[in-house]
Design a protein around this ligand. Structure first.
Ligand code: DX5
Ligand code: ZN
Length: 221
């Protein structure tokens, strides 16, 4: 049976001066989730938005908020982001000394949980973790900025992660974040990905709703 990927436009590329209109446009689109990038200027060399903006988006959004925490010691903020409307919270493997503890902290809130990996981090490091989590977010650019070039090595990582997931957690969602477009998406889905984040590709296109439909129309065998 052919299924479709979950499409999660990244709000980082949206027009921050017209956030409500952007969220309403996405409500009318075939987007499944809204991807919210949170940066602290420490884990990544940039700042983005924080709790009040997440809460404001949540007030208008009919879609689940997929919150990507690019912050050190995420355990300090997971509860606050859950209260600000997150339906899924991803924390970075590289930013979290006690990953197991933080994963369970998120689960106990009643929130879905993901772990994000930087491009250099091998997927094998998640072997003891996959059974507890809903999603792995594979960074296909170095986190911190939208609009960067997709790193080709990601395909290999997806294939390896898919095989690890088959053994440890067959329901695992594999999300790709960074430089996703209609040229690399089919190959990513073929390799085993099932969630696509897209920032610039969606928001810089002449018709974002249509671009989302095009991504949504791709199927997974
Ligand atoms: C990068 C962020 C991504 C980014 C994706 O640090 O985690 O979510 O917004 O944007 P594009 O699709 O433009 O690479
Ligand atoms: Zn992201």
């Amino acid at each position: 049976m052919n299924t479709q990927a979950i499409i999660a436009p990244s709000m980082l590329a949206s027009d921050f001066a017209n956030l409500q209109a952007e969220v309403e446009m996405l409500n009318q689109s075939e987007a499944d989730w809204l991807h919210i990038d949170i940066m602290d200027g420490v884990f990544v060399p940039n700042l983005s938005m924080g709790l009040p903006v997440c809460e404001a988006i949540s007030k208008h959004s009919k879609k689940m908020l997929d919150v990507h925490l690019m912050i050190v010691q995420p355990e300090r903020y997971v509860e606050a982001f859950y209260k600000a409307g997150a339906g899924l919270i991803s924390i970075h493997y590289e930013a979290c000394t006690h990953l197991h503890r933080c994963i369970h902290q998120i689960k106990e809130l009643g929130c879905k949980v993901g772990v994000a990996l930087n491009p250099h981090t091998p997927v094998e490091l998640l072997e003891e973790t996959l059974q507890y989590i809903d999603l792995v977010c594979l960074m296909s650019v170095n986190p911190g900025f939208g609009g960067q070039k997709f790193i080709e090595n990601t395909y290999r990582k997806v294939i390896k992660l898919k095989s690890l997931a088959n053994e440890n957690n067959p329901n695992l969602l594999i999300e790709i974040d960074g430089g996703v477009n209609l040229s690399n998406a089919p190959k990513l889905l073929e390799a085993g990905a099932n969630v696509l984040v897209a920032g610039n590709f969606v928001f810089s296109s002449p018709n974002p709703k249509q671009t989302i439909s095009h991504l949504k129309r791709l199927t997974i065998d």
